[in-house]
Design a protein around this ligand. Structure first.
Ligand SMILES: [Zn+2]
Length: 383
């Protein structure tokens, strides 16, 4: 028997319109103190930020709204949000948006009680300050799983994607409101949905995989396979949207317990070199490495994933995965997006950097530097 430890899961509420409960929840978690609201500025035209602010004010709370968040948020933006929290005496934080806004909001809430900037804590260099602000995550995409993880990914001053990690980062409560995701365009629905799938597949096949965590991984995979094509074809299908949102939260729990693997090594390396959506980057990373990974499936973990994708046996998994990827319209080729000027050696070197070491090590099959160069060649040539 292989033992396991499963980490705490935030309190989760799912309901159509759950966003309107954020005021009551923040009043309880923050004991009436002002609220730091970190939100994706792209939500403003849909009235979603205003709705959150209204709910918080109705609960009698002062609101400090911070929306200077870019995709792959900068450490400096996290610092600015934390400074706003300190100045306004925030006692609780709400992170509203996709992975970028949630990662920034969680990190700001974790570092606000101290004085050091976000980069001080990157890659676990220093322990996070004690007594982080309580955090509520409200995801508006269905992919990252940031709502249920202890991780925030930020871009440092050198342009590298680095992680902050610790229980101080994890949210205390999650509001899942499927109606917030119906406005997501098809290509982002596909990319974020595949990110959730890759999280779940990596968490149940990597070196940390265990029977306890398979519960979350396998259900997330089942839900994405069944509902992602529907949500891409029919964005207003609330049943599919709710299923994908739940899949993303489950896959977040899965990686919180077991981490990711080589597809995320590649995804982060790509995004450190040129702008590319995280979901698409890990999607192409998994496509490039799955044949190599399934070649060593001693304990049948890839075979179990294959069954969930409707294939029989690990050897058939890469083709089934590729069909799903192309079926939901993920653009596999990186040609014409600035990567033509990146050599395989540059990409392989980026994969080997310190910030990607933990993900690389988590992969069950060990990768040599020559393997990384092979993967880089495949990723840059895939079409
Ligand atoms: Zn991911």
């Amino acid at each position: 028997m292989r033992g396991f430890v499963l980490d705490r899961i935030p309190a989760i509420t799912r309901a159509n319109g759950a966003l309107d409960q954020v005021g009551t929840l923040a009043a309880r978690l923050g004991a009436g103190a002002p609220v730091l609201l970190v939100a994706d500025p792209g939500l403003a035209p849909f009235g979603i930020i205003a709705r959150a602010e209204a709910s918080l004010r109705e609960a009698g709370l002062a609101v400090l709204t911070f929306t200077d968040i870019k995709s792959d948020p900068l450490a400096a933006q996290v610092d600015a949000a934390a400074a706003l929290a300190r100045q306004g005496g925030a006692g609780v934080a709400v992170a509203l948006g996709g992975g970028s806004a949630m990662d920034a909001g969680k990190a700001a809430a974790a570092i606000a009680p101290g004085r050091a900037p976000a980069e001080h804590f990157s890659l676990g260099a220093n322990p996070l300050p004690p007594k982080p602000l309580p955090k509520i995550c409200v995801p508006t995409t269905s992919g990252t799983g940031s709502e249920t993880t202890r991780t925030s990914i930020v871009t440092n001053a050198a342009g590298a994607k680095v992680w902050l990690w610790g229980d101080e980062i994890k949210s205390d409560a999650v509001l899942l409101d499927p109606t917030l995701t119906v406005g997501l365009p098809a290509h982002l629905t596909a990319a974020t949905g595949i990110d959730a799938l890759v999280h779940a597949v990596e968490a149940c096949t990597n070196a940390n995989a265990n029977d306890g965590n398979d519960l979350f991984c396998h259900e997330a995979i089942r839900l994405v396979v069944r509902h992602l094509p529907t949500a891409v074809a029919n964005p207003g299908d609330l049943t599919a949207r709710a299923a994908l949102q739940w899949a993303a939260a489950l896959a977040g729990i899965a990686i919180d317990n077991a981490g990711t693997a080589i597809a995320h090594t590649i995804g982060h390396a790509l995004a450190s070199l040129r702008p590319v959506h995280h979901g698409r980057a890990v999607a192409v990373g998994m496509l490039a490495t799955l044949p190599w990974n399934v070649a060593e499936d001693a304990d049948g973990r890839f075979a179990a994933v294959a069954t969930l994708l409707g294939a029989s046996g690990a050897a058939e998994l890469p083709a089934a995965y590729e069909r799903l990827l192309r079926g939901v319209g993920i653009k596999v080729s990186l040609a014409g997006e600035g990567f033509d000027f990146i050599t395989p050696e540059q990409l392989a070197s980026q994969m080997g950097n310190a910030e990607n070491a933990a993900m690389r090590r988590s992969n069950r099959r060990a990768s040599s530097d020559a393997d990384l160069l092979d993967f880089a060649r495949i990723v840059l040539a895939q079409g």
